[in-house]
Write a new protein. Structure first.
Length: 354
């Protein structure tokens, strides 16, 4: 693992198994410099254990940057459960996984992610206090997807304004890949703002419904990234932005909810060189974690969360403007801002320790 390209001096990586329930899982804590590592619990049928570890490493590192850039006093962590979400989320398996999180004594706080539900987090909350995004309790915040979608929408408007001089989305062709809870809500917002939608999802009934409700054009998921459009919004799994996409896709702006959209780190520079404006995924999709972080603090305030989410648009505009001024890839600019905040916190901690 230490020799894997995705290992980035992670503080802690824990492999979990429970023969009785069949649970196999990985918890990765990338950094706790700013606070406990907060990040979602993902359930997915990985090809093998190394693929699961790779995903946990990449996702947890992304959470460190996401939380830092969102101005949260939280570090980065992520966990993955190996298996089909239809069968790997038994009560016994979730309880066993919750016990594993509990043994980390607060260094990692889990929340809902791909393949999981709020009900799953509720069940885990019966076992450990170190989960957030629940539907019950004094500080319960529930489903974070509306906040994620709102943050992406605001980031998308800021990106359109940076590229075209106006954030008016009327007639803007936007391709939404993935119509899960976040992708659907984003499509709904875009339709309300006057955008023309192209949609793709492996769930065909969802695309048919989108065509009916939003007047969307249905496109095969393999073709959508290369369709003629103004904005491409990846809202499914990551890795969709490749060098081939950077060099040949007829699109101006990339702004979506998916994590780890860059297939490889060098795609950030390739997109910039090709004149494509990429809104860093961990910047624009931070709305959900902002919501969950408020619950984890123990004092949930919906108004404060809403105001914090609105800052995503402002931060996106700042990153894009700095990238243009410095002629640097947008991902590199966002990374530098996140790392600067983490470094400042580390220096303050060192001074406090004497």
């Amino acid at each position: 693992m230490f020799d894997m390209p995705d290992f980035d001096d992670h503080e802690e990586v824990v492999c979990v198994s429970c023969p009785r329930s069949g649970l196999r899982a990985v918890i990765a804590v990338h950094s706790t410099v700013l606070g406990p590592g907060l990040g979602g619990v993902r359930c997915w049928p990985y090809d093998n254990g190394m693929a699961a570890i790779k995903d946990a490493l990449r996702l947890s590192r992304g959470m460190t940057y996401k939380n830092a850039l969102a101005g949260l006093d939280l570090g980065g962590g992520k966990s993955v459960i190996l298996g089909d979400p239809k069968t790997a989320r038994s009560p016994e398996a979730l309880q066993a996984f919750a016990r594993a999180i509990d043994r980390l004594d607060g260094r990692y706080i889990g929340a809902e992610d791909v393949g999981m539900t709020v009900a799953d987090i509720d069940l885990m909350r019966d076992v450990t206090p170190y989960v957030a995004g629940t539907s019950w309790g004094a500080s319960a915040s529930g489903d974070p997807s509306p906040y994620t979608a709102e943050g992406v929408f605001l980031g998308l408007k800021a990106s359109v304004e940076a590229a075209k001089g106006s954030d008016d989305l009327t007639g803007t062709r936007v391709g939404v890949m993935g119509l899960g809870s976040v992708g659907w809500k984003l499509a709904e917002m875009l339709y309300g703002a006057g955008a023309e939608l192209l949609v793709a999802d492996i769930n065909v009934p969802r695309t048919v419904r989108a065509a009916s409700e939003f007047g969307a054009q249905i496109v095969d998921p393999t073709r959508l990234p290369f369709e003629e459009m103004d904005v491409f919004a990846p809202c499914a799994l990551g890795g969709v932005l490749t060098r081939d996409f950077a060099e040949s896709a007829p699109v101006t702006i990339i702004c979506g909810a998916a994590n780890n959209q860059l297939a490889t780190p060098d795609v950030d520079a390739a997109l910039w060189e090709a004149g494509k404006l990429y809104a860093p995924d961990y910047l624009v999709n931070a709305g959900g974690v902002i919501n969950v972080a408020a619950e984890a603090s123990g004092t949930y305030d919906a108004y404060a969360v809403g105001m914090k989410v609105r800052e995503i648009g402002t931060t996106t505009a700042r990153v894009l403007a700095q990238a243009k001024a410095d002629d640097r890839p947008t991902g590199a600019v966002a990374d530098a801002l996140a790392l600067a905040r983490i470094a400042d916190a580390g220096d303050e901690g060192a001074r406090a320790r004497g």
